[in-house]
Each structure stands twice: as structure tokens, then as C-alpha cells.
Design a protein around this ligand. Structure first.
Ligand SMILES: [Fe+2]
Ligand SMILES: [Fe+2]
Length: 475
């Protein structure tokens, strides 16, 4: 099962050739996908030769092959991580039963919804990022953008395979619809809010890949626990690709910070206006972008109290992050979990049934994971001797989903009224002039080894190549 068959039109390790009907259905979807890519994929990129990795096995070591590829010819394939023998469902009300190899009828609608919701995010992010190639700060960064884009395309393939293979006609219809919705479109938007926001510049891109791809990691980790074995195996392999996306985000922000702090030291100033005049992004603007992307991403975890979350867990469809690290009964009935709510003008914990709070549990795992990235950024600042620090805003800040929607909370966690919010929101979230300033720095740098002035070079190149390697050849 682990070898990938590249001789067929659709590379796969799922013995697609053994199921002619399925193979034909996916081969009919394939040109529609490529049509979508040509229309909504990276702007003006279709003739570039890009140094990309392509999955060639699902083994932990050496699963990827690097070479120059024109992106519309990228070999998007269907890869499942190896299955475990006699795998059992290890949480929820079916605990101890055999994992499902086919969709159980009673859970069919919920499973389809989970797969479609995950699948929809993948092309959405490609659409959100489609103009960024025109303002890439270096060939190295351009290549990383394209790598992420083709892999999000592959993640769409992963979900479409499940829809075609396991959901019959409505699965095929959902697969078509995944190519028809458009990020930010008023009539046919993508399903989730954060995936309809714009990603207008590279600071937003790095924040997106750091925070929003990290939401992807947590969703995939929860689905990798699924009692529906094909979903668990698919998402486990997707996670190997996701790690690079988050690396691009964290390292990207770190490199931006590096240049900013160097300029602050050269000028011996903390004044944002003087820092900006030096052509780098001031720390308060970086903080506002962070506040925006972090809070919008927190909403992706869904309502803090959710009967769907309870159903997905109890049914064995979606587990907790690293389910097996918990030493509890993995059924969770009769337990509670604290979610925040506003009472008497303050944020106070309210105990709700744990099963209904599983979105909040996953969100809190994400918060814990996000702390690490920010502290690594702060270490970078500290090393330069600059006094400023970045921080994560309170998880109740700027929320639009769940109990906290419509409540005004400062980044420090203080409940405030509308007037106080309006008076200070420009300190907390990116303003039009912040975005205009960042946009003014965005210019295309395409000479190998050169980098835009607002971002430091990376520590190392890709696939052991030097930083000045020609990662993209323009055609
Ligand atoms: Fe993805
Ligand atoms: Fe991703």
C-alpha cells in the first residue's frame, strides 16, 4: 500500500485502478479541478518552473521528491497513511468496536459535513493567496507560497477522494460544489469566515500560515483520531505536509521581526513613524496583524458550546487533539468544562457539559500551541536588544462566533463598552492605513538570493540548496 502509483493519471496508493467506476468519476473531476486551478490558482504562474516537492511515498522518511514543475502539471495524488491492523474506535459511545472501513448509515450526514467543511478550506486558501506571487519578497518565498498552494490543492483531492469513494452521488455533487464556491464571494462564499477574509500582503500571509494553517493542524489531528478509518488515514498524511506551512509562517514573521529590530537599532528609535520611514514594518503593526489573524482563527474552532461537537465525539467521528494522551474514560459523559462568558461586566468561567465544550477544548489546545510561537518571536527580538515584545491577545478578543460574539473585550481581557472599543480599536486591529503602508512595501524581488528590505533572509534554503538557488524559473 505504501508505494505510490505514478503511471496512472491520478497518482495514488489506494488501488484506484481496482475500482474503475471510482477512477472514471475522479478522472472526470480532474479537468474541472485543473480548470479551477487555472482560473483561481496563483495569478500569472502557470508557465513558471517551480522547485516543488511532490509526495512519492507515505513513509516517514523520504516521502517527498523535489524537482521543477509547472504547477498546472503538478501530480496531485491521493495518499492514505498506512492502516493499522484491527484498528478499534478509541473514544465515544462506540469505544472498543472495530473502526469503520465504510460509512455507517447513521453517521453519514455528519461525516459528509465534516469532510466538506474541511475540504472547503483547502481551495479557499489558494484563492485567498492567489495574488501574492506578484509581490513576493524573494524567489525563496515565492517558491514556498507555491508549495503551500499546490499542497492545499492536494488536500482538496484528499477530501474529494473520500466524497467520491464513500458518499455516492451526493459526494460527487459536493465535490463539484467545492470547485464552485469562491473565497469572499457575496453569493457563493466559502463555508468558514476566516476563509473569506482577504490575504492582501505577505505579512498577512505569514500570519495566516502561522495561525490559520495551525487551526488546520488541530482540525486534522482531531480527525486523525476518527473511527472512520479512511478519514483518519487521509488526515494523518495531510499533517506531514501541514508542518511546512506553519514553518513558513513562523519563520516568515521571525524574519520580518529581525529586519524591523535591526532598523530600530540602527536608528536607535522605537517611534513607529521613523521605523516605517526606514522601509520596515513597525512592531505595533505586526502586533495588530497578529491580533487580527489570531482572533479570526480562534473563531474557526466554532461555538464554545456546541451540540454538534458533542455528537461528532460521541459518534466516534472526531476525537480530541491526541486523544490517547488523556487518561480518562474517552466517553466524557457527566463531566464539565469551563467556557468564558460575560457576567456582571467581567469574563467569568461557566461550566458546561464537557462533550458540548469540545470545540473550546480544541481551541484551548490551539492557544497553548500558539504561545510557543510568540515566545520564539520574542526571543528573536530580545537577542537584538530591542525592548518591545509581542503577545497573544485574550481569547475573548474580537470574537464573532459563540457566546463571545458581540461582546467587546480588550486584548488584555477586560470587558469594555462600545465607546471604549471604538476609541481604541485602531490600536488593536490593523487599520486601513496600516494595510496601505504594508502594501506600499510589497514589491516583487526575483533575483536569486535577493530579499526585499523588510524581511531578513532565511537561515537555510530548501532541500539543502543555498538561499540563492533559482527556486522559480519564469516562463
Ligand atoms: Fe490544507
Ligand atoms: Fe496548510
Amino acid at each position: 500500500m505504501s508505494g505510490i502509483d505514478y503511471s496512472t493519471r491520478i497518482p495514488n496508493n489506494v488501488d484506484l485502478g481496482g475500482d474503475r467506476t471510482l477512477q472514471r468519476a475522479l478522472e472526470q473531476w480532474q479537468p474541472n479541478f485543473v480548470g479551477w486551478w487555472r482560473e483561481m490558482g496563483p495569478d500569472g504562474s502557470h508557465n513558471h518552473d517551480v522547485y516543488l516537492r511532490t509526495a512519492t511515498s507515505v513513509e516517514a522518511d523520504g516521502w517527498a521528491h523535489f524537482d521543477y514543475v509547472k504547477m498546472p502539471e503538478y501530480r496531485w495524488g491521493i495518499f492514505l497513511a498506512p492502516g493499522a491492523q484491527d484498528r478499534k474506535i478509541h473514544f465515544g459511545d462506540h469505544l472498543g468496536e472495530d473502526a469503520w472501513q465504510e460509512v455507517p448509515g447513521e453517521h453519514r450526514a455528519n461525516l459528509r459535513r465534516i469532510i466538506v467543511t474541511q475540504g472547503d478550506t483547502e481551495p479557499a486558501s489558494v484563492e485567498q493567496q492567489r495574488h501574492l506571487g506578484l509581490t513576493a519578497p524573494s524567489l525563496y518565498d515565492l517558491r514556498n507560497l507555491f508549495q503551500i498552494n499546490v499542497e492545499e490543492g492536494r488536500h482538496l483531492w484528499a477530501m474529494v477522494y473520500l466524497l467520491h469513494r464513500y458518499f455516492g452521488r451526493d459526494g460527487r455533487e459536493e465535490a463539484e460544489a467545492l470547485l464552485e464556491r469562491r473565497s469572499g464571494d457575496a453569493d457563493h462564499p466559502r463555508i468558514l469566515g476566516a476563509f473569506n477574509e482577504r490575504t492582501p500582503d505577505w505579512l498577512a500571509f505569514f500570519m495566516f500560515t502561522h495561525f490559520t494553517d495551525r487551526d488546520g493542524k488541530f482540525q486534522l489531528k482531531a480527525l486523525a483520531e476518527s473511527g472512520f478509518d479512511p478519514l483518519a488515514r487521509t488526515t494523518r498524511f495531510m499533517l506531514t505536509e501541514e508542518a511546512h506551512h506553519m514553518f513558513v509562517g513562523e519563520a516568515g514573521i521571525s524574519r520580518v521581526i529581525q529586519r524591523t529590530c535591526e532598523a530600530m537599532n540602527e536608528l536607535a528609535t522605537e517611534d513607529p513613524a521613523r521605523v516605517r520611514a526606514a522601509g520596515v514594518i513597525d512592531l505595533p503593526t505586526i502586533q495588530r496583524y497578529l491580533n487580527f489573524h489570531y482572533s479570526v482563527t480562534l473563531d474557526l474552532f466554532g461555538a464554545d458550546e456546541s451540540s454538534n461537537a458533542a455528537t461528532f465525539y460521541a459518534s466516534g467521528l472526531k476525537g480530541r487533539f491526541d486523544e490517547s494522551r488523556y487518561e480518562d474514560d474517552h466517553r466524557l459523559h457527566g463531566r464539565t468544562y469551563d467556557v468564558p462568558e460575560v457576567r456582571d461586566g467581567r469574563l467569568l468561567p461557566r461550566a458546561v457539559p464537557l462533550l458540548n465544550a469540545l470545540n473550546e477544548v480544541l481551541r484551548d489546545d490551539f492557544v497553548d500551541d500558539s504561545v510557543g510561537g510568540v515566545s520564539r518571536w520574542n526571543k528573536r527580538i530580545e537577542k537584538t536588544g530591542v525592548a518591545g515584545r509581542l503577545f497573544l491577545p485574550h481569547k475573548a478578543f474580537n470574537r464573532r462566533i459563540g457566546t463571545l460574539a458581540g461582546v467587546r473585550v480588550s486584548p488584555g481581557g477586560e470587558v469594555i463598552d462600545e465607546a471604549a472599543w471604538n476609541a481604541r480599536v485602531d490600536e488593536w486591529l490593523p487599520t486601513a492605513s496600516d494595510r496601505a503602508f504594508v502594501a506600499s512595501l510589497m514589491g516583487r524581488v526575483v533575483e536569486p538570493g535577493r530579499f526585499a528590505g523588510w524581511i531578513a533572509p532565511p537561515a537555510a534554503g530548501i532541500d539543502r540548496h543555498p538561499i540563492d538557488f533559482e527556486y522559480v524559473r519564469f516562463g
